[in-house]
Design a protein around this ligand. Structure first.
Ligand code: SAH
Length: 274
């Protein structure tokens, strides 16, 4: 009957309203207990990890990472992600290359992990969910990402989008993302900018999709004007209490807004940090 029908992607009831960790690891976080989070299946821990030196572990992970990613992707499916483009992209991008070597063994857990400067790489489920919502029923060619961090989400986007424009405001992270993206040969499709993403990239607009990886009290208005008509923006909004918001530009002067579930992201900040 009705309840068996798949829910419309914009239906806020589609996912349980539990808080999920986006780019923030949450209160009480330490690298040793980062499973603070989240709903969904149990985090995966590499069994071989115990007692191995880091370099050997990284090599081991390199050899096994395809299998670990396949497990991550099947967990994402179980958690309701059904966009095949997004799933294929998450299968293709080696997330362990985007985190510090010491955390590489945990790269395929469904957890946000620290990347330095008080920032984090977003939880895989959140990346998959946001990219699915931004692109469902569409074929986005030019997408803007605010908050590139270590570059992971931009690399995932680059698997199915022709041109990704990504902005990061922390100089050290911008450099990190640049190196990570070059190493993975994703750079050709990602145009990384050091700057304040709250302003967007006016001279490259309009975009077929905008993904914001940090939470502002309000979604910056400049970004709404840089959406193409029919395109979608997905962003967390709020400070202590945050919600994921999906906005679709329906005409030159109208936008439709839907509030989705509670989330926890690092704050969207103005200006840049050297
Ligand atoms: N997209 C990343 C998530 C990084 S965390 C991933 O793939 O995991 C969010 C990032 O947003 C942080 O690196 C933070 O520095 C950045 N950020 C916050 N405010 C910003 C702004 N106004 N412009 C650009 N980046 C911003």
């Amino acid at each position: 009957m009705g309840s068996d029908k798949p829910r419309h992607p914009l239906d806020p009831k589609r996912r349980p309203r539990a808080t999920v960790w986006g780019s923030s690891p949450g209160p009480g976080y330490s690298p040793a207990n980062s499973n603070t989070r989240i709903h969904g299946p149990k985090p995966f821990v590499l069994p071989e990890a115990a007692g191995r030196p880091t370099a050997a572990l990284a090599m081991n992970l390199g050899l096994n990472s395809e299998r670990l990613r396949a497990q991550m992707v099947s967990r994402l499916r179980e958690q309701g992600i059904d966009d095949e483009r997004v799933l294929a992209a998450m299968q293709a991008v080696p997330r362990h290359l985007f985190v510090d070597q010491g955390l590489a063994s945990r790269a395929y857990e469904d957890a946000a992990l620290p990347i330095g400067y008080g920032q984090t790489i977003s939880q895989p489920w959140v990346v998959a969910h946001m990219l699915s919502l931004m692109s469902v029923g569409r074929n986005p060619q030019r997408v803007l990402e605010i908050g590139a961090g270590c570059g992971y989400q931009a690399a995932v986007l680059a698997q199915f989008v022709r041109e990704v424009f990504a902005i990061e405001r922390v100089r050290g992270l911008y450099e990190q993302a640049r190196m990570n993206l070059a190493q993975g040969r994703f750079k050709t499709r990602v145009r990384l900018t050091f700057g304040d993403g709250m302003l967007g990239l006016e001279h490259h607009a309009p975009f077929d999709g905008i993904v914001v990886a940090a939470a502002g009290v309000k979604i910056p208005e400049a970004l709404l004007h840089q959406l193409a008509i029919g395109a979608r923006l997905i962003a967390p909004e709020g400070s202590t209490h945050q919600r994921l918001i999906l906005i679709e530009r329906t005409s030159q002067a109208s936008w439709q807004r839907v509030e989705l579930q509670d989330v926890r992201f690092v704050p969207l900040r103005p200006g840049t940090q050297l």
